[in-house]
Design a binder for this molecule. Structure first.
Ligand SMILES: C[S@@+](CC[C@H](N)C(=O)[O-])C[C@H]1O[C@@H](n2cnc3c(N)ncnc32)[C@H](O)[C@@H]1O
Length: 211
């Protein structure tokens, strides 16, 4: 794990305080923008706190958690074991760069706090994968630069700490993400300001690319 994600609470079950803080506000956006039914693929599930929280609140949706990191997939398995939710599949290994993805189709993709904790190339890989599996919605959450600058001093400090850890990481320009999304047939639909200077960003497949 190149960046510590939560604390191990025993048996591999990890808990991240950030996920506990942001899961409820994120759910309120998801509740509004996700389709009423269908399969939601979560990219970079991390500890598994998010997917279990969302799946419990939105039982008409089926959820597919994933992560490239085996320690995190183990944590997701622990959360699923403890929560016993019928609408969540077992976590799968998914690195966005490895096309084709091990999921033939998903109706929506949820990706929280990933694209700034990874090289820029993961963003085009994410949208390419979303296009290939015919997703009609991509939901991103995290800090973003907007209109050429940081949206807060704390995000600027966070960006510096990310780059100190790995120079290929960093808070992304929303306009650059929007261009990559458009190149893959996704239009920016909504930007929702969230607590702690984060944003929920919703992209929808444009009419010409919709399955
Ligand atoms: C900061 S954590 C966020 C985890 C979780 N979504 C959350 O908000 O608590 C970053 C995540 O991105 C994942 N990640 C990094 N590069 C990736 C890639 N190329 N493909 C898929 N996941 C990746 C990591 O394994 C990790 O789960």
């Amino acid at each position: 794990m190149p960046w510590p994600i939560g604390e191990d609470r025993g048996g591999g079950k990890r808990v991240a305080q950030s996920a506990d803080r942001n899961k409820a506000p994120i759910l309120e956006v998801l509740r509004r923008v996700l389709p009423a039914s269908g399969l939601v693929l979560e990219i970079a599930s991390g500890t598994g706190q998010h997917v279990t929280w969302f799946a419990r609140a939105l039982p008409a949706l089926e959820w597919q958690p994933s992560d490239m990191d085996p320690e995190l997939r183990r944590s997701v398995e622990c959360w699923l074991h403890d929560e016993g939710l019928p609408n969540v599949r077992a976590p799968i290994a998914l690195d966005v760069h490895d096309h084709p993805w091990p999921v033939a189709h998903a109706d929506a993709i949820v990706c929280i706090n990933m694209i700034h904790v990874a090289p820029w190339e993961t963003t085009p890989a994410l949208f390419e994968g979303a296009r290939r599996i015919g997703a009609s919605l991509v939901f991103l959450y995290g800090p973003f630069r907007r209109f050429g600058g940081h949206t807060s001093p704390s995000n600027e400090q966070f960006d510096a700490s990310l780059k100190a850890n790995d120079p290929t990481w960093g808070v992304r320009d929303l306009e650059a993400v929007e261009q990559v999304a458009a190149a893959n047939g996704f239009e920016l639909s909504e930007v929702v300001p969230m607590p702690a200077n984060n944003f929920s960003v919703v992209f929808r497949a444009s009419a010409s690319t919709r399955r």
